[in-house]
Write a protein that binds this ligand. Structure first.
Ligand code: 5GP
Length: 217
């Protein structure tokens, strides 16, 4: 008789990178993805030399570090990637990523196009990249102003940077226009679910499963 339950097919963990200009809705998407426990995503918490915003908590949003400490991590090769963004340094600690991936689980990254390129080069088969675009520049500006956490000159700087960042879309596997957050969220989840099922991520597990299938009476 066929078994009624089976072990899940083992697969390699993947790195899901979300990038966008600030104000395109990536923070909300990231939060919603992490809240959905059925997705079992772990957020990569970056190290940064940027000043902490009042709403941010050290160790939750970022690890806030002085430049000397950041440089120490970089020279020790403790960072999977790093980049200078808007005059501050940001980097991804390597240890937690390796730990999560080795368990066959997936890591979520909120990093810019420079970091994305570095990870794509280091682990081309294990990375899935999504770029989030705002529906219009007017909406992007409105979202930045509504956030009201940054000074007007910072917002102006971010709008200029956004124009540059938007031109980086061709390096990404998927591009989503975030007109409606629920639609964008559903689109990201669909991408994740499909990418998890790619044959190459679980070839060994499928081989074992098929062997078992074929030994059945
Ligand atoms: P913010 O200062 O608004 O939190 O982030 C500014 C930009 O830095 C965002 O586009 C964000 O994706 C990017 N960023 C955050 N952490 C990292 C990181 O570890 N590496 C890279 N390359 N970019 C990061």
């Amino acid at each position: 008789m066929a078994p009624t339950t089976r072990d899940p097919i083992q697969r390699r963990g993947l790195m899901l990178i979300l990038s966008s200009p600030s104000g395109a809705g990536k923070t909300t998407l990231t939060r919603d993805l992490l809240q959905d426990s059925s997705l079992d995503l772990t957020l990569s918490i970056s190290v940064t030399t940027r000043q902490r915003r009042t709403s941010e908590v050290d160790g939750i949003h970022y690890y806030f570090k002085p430049k000397a400490e950041f440089d120490r991590l970089r020279t020790q090769d403790d960072l999977l990637e790093y980049a200078e963004v808007h005059g501050n340094f940001y980097g991804t600690p390597r240890g937690p990523v390796e730990q999560v991936l080795s368990q066959g689980r997936d890591m979520l990254f909120d990093i810019d196009y420079q970091g994305t390129q570095q990870v794509q080069k280091r682990a081309p088969h294990d990375v899935v990249t999504i770029f989030i675009l705002p529906p219009s520049m007017r909406e992007l500006r409105a979202r930045l102003e509504r956030r009201a956490e940054d000074a007007p000159e910072v917002i102006a700087k971010r709008l200029v940077a956004a124009r540059n960042e938007i031109t980086r879309w061709p390096i990404y596997d998927y591009v989503i226009v975030n007109e409606d957050i629920q639609t964008a969220l559903a689109e990201v989840k669909s991408i994740l679910i499909a990418e998890r099922l790619k044959r190459a991520r679980s070839a060994e597990g499928i081989t074992r499963f098929v062997e078992m299938l074929l030994t059945e009476g």
